[in-house]
Structure formats: C-alpha cells, structure tokens
Design a binder for this molecule. Structure first.
Ligand SMILES: [Zn+2]
Length: 240
C-alpha cells in the first residue's frame, strides 16, 4: 500500500464530483443550482470508517461497483440473495463495491453471525420475546457465517433474520470460506435451511477480474491480523 499522499485523480482531492445543474427550490425561488456528489474516494473513506471489516481491503472503484451491481442485482427470479464462498478479503472487496453504490442513501450492513445475537437480539416492544427485527431495515445485509462462539440463540436468530428478509424481499448475502465450512458453520440449523434453498451460490475466484482488487502477501498478513483483533474484541465490535 502506498503511503505518499496522491490526490484522487477523479476529484483532484476536492472529494466531490460536479454533476452539472439541478432545478431546486431554495427560499421559495426555483432556479438551476450546481450540484455535486461525493467522489468515490470519499465514499470509500465513509465505508471504511463505518465498517471496520472493510477498512483494509483495496479502494472500491466505480467500475467494479457497476460490474458487481450488474452481476448481483435482484431481479424477478433472484431476490438478490447469494451465498459467497472463497477468499474472505475478496468477499470484503465485493461487498465494499456493492456498498459504494448507494451508501449515502441506503441502509447497508455487514456483520458476523454472532453479532446478530450480540447487538441486534432485543425484546419486542410488548416484552413478549426476543426479536431481530432491527435488521429488517437494511436494504442489503451481508452476514459472515464464520462465528467461532455459539450463543444459545444464534441458530434461532439467524433463522429469524433469513425468514424476515425473505418475507420482505430484501437482498441478503451469506459468506463462508468454503462449502465444507458452510456445512459445518454454527449459524445454520434445520429452521434456516429452507430459506437458503433459494439462494444462488457464487464461488469467488481470484481470476474474477476486478480492476481495483489486488492482494499481495503483506496485505494478506494484515487481513489475518485484523481478523484476529476482531475476534479478540469479540462483542465489542466496531462502533460507528
Ligand atoms: Zn476523489
């Protein structure tokens, strides 16, 4: 990774891209106003700050983001539900690219299965029982089925999340390092399996060519140490 500060080639360091003029009403006057949108460099910064897991993967490029949205968008047949298998850092890059499109106005979240229990398993307003309904709000939710611990409610919570999201037709991505690891993961149970039947499985490969994705050995080592720190922090997680 480069340490010298080179201004972003697209915005020349201004962090914004001017997109022409837009008709707006300000103080009761209608007129054409110049408007700007955050540049992808700034969006990458926002994503990395908000999601610690995605901070160490390369900068998501608009080209890769477009490619990934075209490839994994939801359509009539597929509700945008995928199971990704393969290199974890490549999955993180794909998620970062997906988040790049819409991060300013959509709700996205990536978390590990066990975090559903840690952070989102709350009592319903009427006090009746635990619910993970707070996760319904996310337009896209990426869950890593890589939990090492297994709180007693993990399997039930995951099943509820998958059920709710299927009912709402909201895109959900699942990640596991391999098919074997998916089958032996702590998140899946008989209750959640039927929901996963409709998911498309994607084997991530390093030869899937994404412009922005490069990974050298030192980055791989960094990823490993980051994962370790995240594991050590456990439920402390990354607060926003
Ligand atoms: Zn820029």
């Amino acid at each position: 990774m480069t340490t010298e500060v080179v201004p972003c080639p697209r915005c020349n360091g201004t962090k914004f891209m001017y997109r022409g003029y837009q008709e707006k009403t300000e103080h009761g006057r209608r007129a054409m106003y110049p408007y700007a949108l955050p540049c992808y460099c700034e969006l990458n910064r926002i994503i990395s700050k908000q999601f610690g897991m995605l901070s160490q993967v390369p900068v998501a490029t608009p080209e890769d983001s477009e490619k990934i949205h075209a490839r994994y968008h939801s359509n009539g047949k597929n509700k945008g539900n995928y199971i990704f298998l393969g290199e974890e850092s490549l999955f993180f890059y794909v998620v970062k690219c997906y988040f790049l499109n819409g991060i300013t106005h959509k709700n996205y979240l990536i978390l590990e299965g066990v975090n559903i229990v840690d952070k989102y398993n709350t009592v319903k307003p009427d006090g009746s029982r635990l619910t993970v309904g707070a996760l319904d709000q996310y337009d896209m939710l990426a869950i890593l089925f890589t939990s090492k611990g297994e709180p007693p409610t993990l399997k039930a919570c995951v099943a509820e999340v998958l059920k709710n999201r299927q009912r709402l037709g909201k895109a959900t991505w699942i990640y596991a390092p391999s098919k074997e690891r998916l089958e032996s993961c702590r998140e899946i149970s008989g209750d959640s399996k039927p929901y996963l039947d409709d998911y498309s499985t994607v084997q991530l490969k390093l030869d899937n060519t994404f412009n922005g994705y490069t990974l050298d050995v030192s980055d791989k080592q960094k990823m490993k140490s980051i994962r370790k720190i995240q594991d050590d922090l456990g439920s402390l997680g990354a607060s926003l």
